[in-house]
Design a protein around this ligand. Structure first.
Ligand code: PGA
Length: 242
């Protein structure tokens, strides 16, 4: 399982140290990975301070180009140099505010794979699509347009329904199970594929989500900023393994 904390545009340098302090009596289970995704300028410090604790570090986004005149963008080369294991690609906020398209996501994912960074590709339907009962069809087309063609391993898909992000509302557990099954089926040729759920995961709902046997972890926004909650969610994932 993968428990990933997407800090978005929150928290500062001093919070990395506070996060480190709270880890002292945490026993990481080797079947449940913990990863955090701080803002770019914090990645290096996060790597430096947290690597002793076996916490993985990831970037929240990347450019689809390797280098050049792309002011403000960040290359996968730098993300790789810092030692990030993961990079989120196509988060709905990037799709919405930075026009990241499925084509962009595919290109960026290819670059990430070429640098041995595991892409966490985000997919998810809007409320309108859900209400029209077109979720499965929509997710299948997102998957087909975003996932690199020749990929055989090293991929995480985050299923994040747009209407569940930051709203406190989550799908029925059965709905999560069904969409994860669709994704697993579509990408059954990928070895060790992990499909994680994201959108309003919290201390109260996480154990029921982790009970679903095709949920391989969670991408957590708001609750990852409250470190005690994030750790409690991690422990709930560990309990599910035992
Ligand atoms: P949330 O965010 O947990 O605050 O809903 C999840 C995400 O956007 O990845």
């Amino acid at each position: 399982m993968l428990i990933a904390g997407n800090w978005k545009m929150n928290l500062k340098y001093e919070d990395i140290l506070k996060f480190k302090d709270i880890l002292t009596d945490l026993k990481l289970d080797n079947q449940v990975e913990m990863a955090i995704f701080p803002q770019f300028p914090l990645l290096y410090s996060a790597k430096e301070y947290l690597s002793n604790y076996n916490i993985e570090i990831g970037a929240q986004a990347c450019s689809s180009e390797l280098k050049g005149a792309f002011t403000g963008d960040v290359s996968v080369e730098i993300i790789s140099d810092i030692g990030c294991k993961y990079c989120i690609v196509g988060h709905s906020e990037r799709r919405m505010f930075h026009n990241e398209t499925n084509g962009f996501i595919k290109k960026a994912s290819n670059l990430l794979l070429s640098k041995n960074i595991i892409p966490i590709i985000c997919v998810g339907e809007s409320e309108e699509i859900k209400n029209k009962k077109n979720t499965n069809q929509f997710i299948i087309s997102q998957i087909n347009e975003c996932v690199p063609d020749n990929i055989s391993s090293n991929l995480v898909i985050a299923y994040e329904p747009l209407w569940a992000i930051g709203t406190g509302v989550i799908p029925d557990y059965e709905e999560i199970f069904n969409v994860h099954a669709v994704i697993m089926n579509e990408l059954s040729y990928i070895e060790n594929l992990r499909v994680i759920y994201g959108g309003s995961v919290n201390v109260e709902n996480c154990s029921k989500i982790f009970e679903l046997n095709n949920v391989h972890g969670a991408l957590i926004g708001g609750s990852s900023l409250k470190f005690k909650d994030f750790l409690a969610i991690y422990k709930s994932a560990v309990k599910q393994i035992i």
